[in-house]
Design a protein around this ligand. Structure first.
Ligand code: C2O
Length: 346
């Protein structure tokens, strides 16, 4: 059977998965007794997510204002910045149990739920930001770390005066440091860029022989989560970027990006995941498909998995995986950027 949406009133203590200790923060959302089954609204105008390295000053100003307003919402408003960050903690650090399965944790990483869960998470995050600035066309920027022109932290996130700034990042990886998808620690920048492209080629194309290789393995009601079940993209570039941004030197546990419970506290997280989400779209619709002719997973346990989120009007909604398989139906697309890894055979 599919994993059911968590029961918010049974949300409990979360665990720091980097060290196994109980966390002393409460990452449970406010409770609501009304749950609405979410219907995707009709799309009147496509939102275009831009590359974070290419946005205009006007865009930066809007984004900055939206995040600032999110931070100023009342602490118990489910759309508040910290509440949004805690969504990640609740779904990833064992605060929720699988309904009807005793104390078996719900864990949306390391499986075929990875892409769908984060897609819905960003979807509502983006709508909340748009609502806060009265701009329904607002679209999150993606951190284009798969292209040499995007392989540094995007400038707008590293200005200490900006609401997009987070001080809990690896200080040695601020620009101009080049993102290192293989975590090689090499100081030879050209070598790192070449290695990044090789990694992208292999996790997007070469390494996948079926849809689960890319998406992640099945995860059904009653299953225990296993790190071995992550798909190529989750395991590879996705995790490396978390570890590369997080501060493992001066923070106790890789905060913010290097730890599940705190990752969502860094505004950069949502742009990182916007690019991860873009990888899913590229893989589905734009990549040569000779090796994986059918990119759809049709298993109903996958399609009917449900999650809960608060929408831009602070209403609790239940969403399912089957409604998030096509980003265009969800009303957003990505700025077209070339894919230098496409033919980057090692
Ligand atoms: Cu939910 Cu990038 O992790």
């Amino acid at each position: 059977n599919p994993i059911q949406a968590p029961e918010l009133n049974k949300c409990g203590t979360a665990t720091n998965l980097n060290n196994g200790e109980k966390l002393d923060i409460n990452c449970c959302p406010p409770i609501s007794d009304r749950i609405i089954d979410y219907k995707l609204p009709p799309v009147f105008q496509m939102k275009i997510r831009p590359s974070a390295h290419r946005v205009s000053p006007e865009y930066m100003f809007k984004f900055n204002t939206a995040i600032d307003r999110m931070k100023r919402l009342p602490k118990d408003d489910p759309r508040n910045f910290m509440q949004q960050a805690n969504i990640h903690c609740a779904y990833c650090n064992g605060a929720y149990d699988q309904p009807g399965q005793g104390t078996l944790d719900l864990q949306i990483h390391n499986s075929w739920l990875f892409f769908p869960f984060h897609r819905w998470y960003l979807y509502f995050y983006e709508r909340i930001l748009g609502k806060l600035i009265g701009d329904p066309t607002f679209a999150l920027p993606f951190w284009n770390w798969d292209n040499p022109k995007g392989m540094t932290m995007p400038p707008m996130f590293v200005d200490p005066k900006s609401s997009l700034y987070d001080k809990k990042r690896n200080q040695e990886h601020l620009p101009p440091a080049v993102v290192d998808l293989g975590l090689t620690n090499s100081t030879d920048t050209l070598q790192v860029v070449a290695n990044n492209l090789t990694i992208m080629y292999s996790e997007m194309i070469r390494g996948n022989s079926d849809a689960n290789d890319f998406m992640g393995q099945a995860y059904r009601e009653g299953d225990e989560s296993s790190a071995k079940a992550a798909g190529s993209s989750e395991r590879g570039s996705h995790t490396s970027v978390h570890a590369w941004v997080g501060d493992f030197k001066d923070q106790p546990s890789g905060e913010d990006m290097g730890n599940f419970y705190s990752a969502g506290r860094d505004p950069l997280f949502y742009s990182h995941h916007a690019n991860v989400d873009r990888m899913w779209t590229l893989w589905q619709y734009f990549l040569p498909s000779n090796k994986v002719p059918d990119k759809r997973i049709t298993d109903t346990d996958f399609l009917n998995t449900a999650f809960l989120f608060y929408d831009e009007n602070a209403q609790l909604v239940r969403v399912t995986v089957k409604d998030c398989l096509d980003n265009l139906r969800m009303g957003y697309d990505f700025e077209r950027i070339d894919l230098p890894w496409l033919d980057y055979r090692p």
